[in-house]
Design a protein around this ligand. Sequence first.
Ligand code: CP
Length: 348
Amino acid sequence: MKLPSSTATDLNKKGMKHLVSTQDLSKKELEEMMELMAMLKKARRDDSVPHLFKDKSVAMIFEAGSTRTRVSFETAATLLGGHALFLSPRDIHLGGKESIDDTARVLSRMCDIIMARTNGPETIDALIKMSTVPVINALDTRYHPTQILADFLTIKEHMPEGKKFEDMTMAFMGDATDVCRSLMLSCTRFGMSFKQIGPKKYHMEEEWVKIAEENCLESGATLEITDDVSRVSECDIIYGDSFYWSTQLDEKEERLAAFMPDYVITTELMKKARSGALLLHCLPANDKEEVTRDALESDYSVAFDEAENRLTAQMAILVYFTNPYRITPTQETLDYHKNRIEDFLKSI
Ligand code: CP
């Protein structure tokens, strides 16, 4: 008798989607994620998160360190009635005694979804090649999609009433990081105009600029890559990130000399932005480098709301991507989630 391999693999024969970049999601899908996040955030506020990940588990591979991503995914799985497994290269055979291909096959037979933070794109690409469950990129040096969903939820919660994403412009201060790249692609997808403001040497690579320009043609957003700090005067959101990643410590002095003091987010720089401009930062922040402590602690800073929203975003990701029959949620799908939440609220 041949037994089915696993619930997870059977389910996913029906179809599945990975999340490598927000570019994998259409504008409509991004908007659906926004709605799902809003519903799950309300449910958490009411202490009534429905168990939409019940009896499921997420394998969390961490090649690199993390506070927010690890804690938010682990807490999200628990809140939704499921389980998270923290797997660092010290805990499993990843890429050493066992290939990433075989690791993906084994994890797929036991877990319902895999998320990975890696020191390069190779691990994510190899996981996707062999995984029979969805793979979520939790930062691979190219993209950081799970961060960006939390960022847009935060912007939506704090933007002036009556304003739309299409009415706003974001400035990313600094290097063409994974966060910068993902923001550029998502802003231009949503119709929000985007500027990367930093020294020429660290400007976004042409191949990604081309993709964002194509998004602009569809959405009506504008895109500017510039070294001119005065361009913040046209911006409603000023976004900060570290001037160097943990694998770039050998470039630290050179990078700091290029970015400081011109591209540091200070209270003076915020005054030059549009009235009511918000300060976002993906954190961790270095308040002696890319942002000052007084700017980070000011009323216009929403960096810690943004960090909290990582939890909401991870809940939505776990629900959305382990629901293979509803790869592209329709209004019916959203109503399904809404009704589950409402039913659950009525039952307590
Ligand atoms: N912003 C972010 O990804 O934080 P962690 O590195 O702490 O996960």
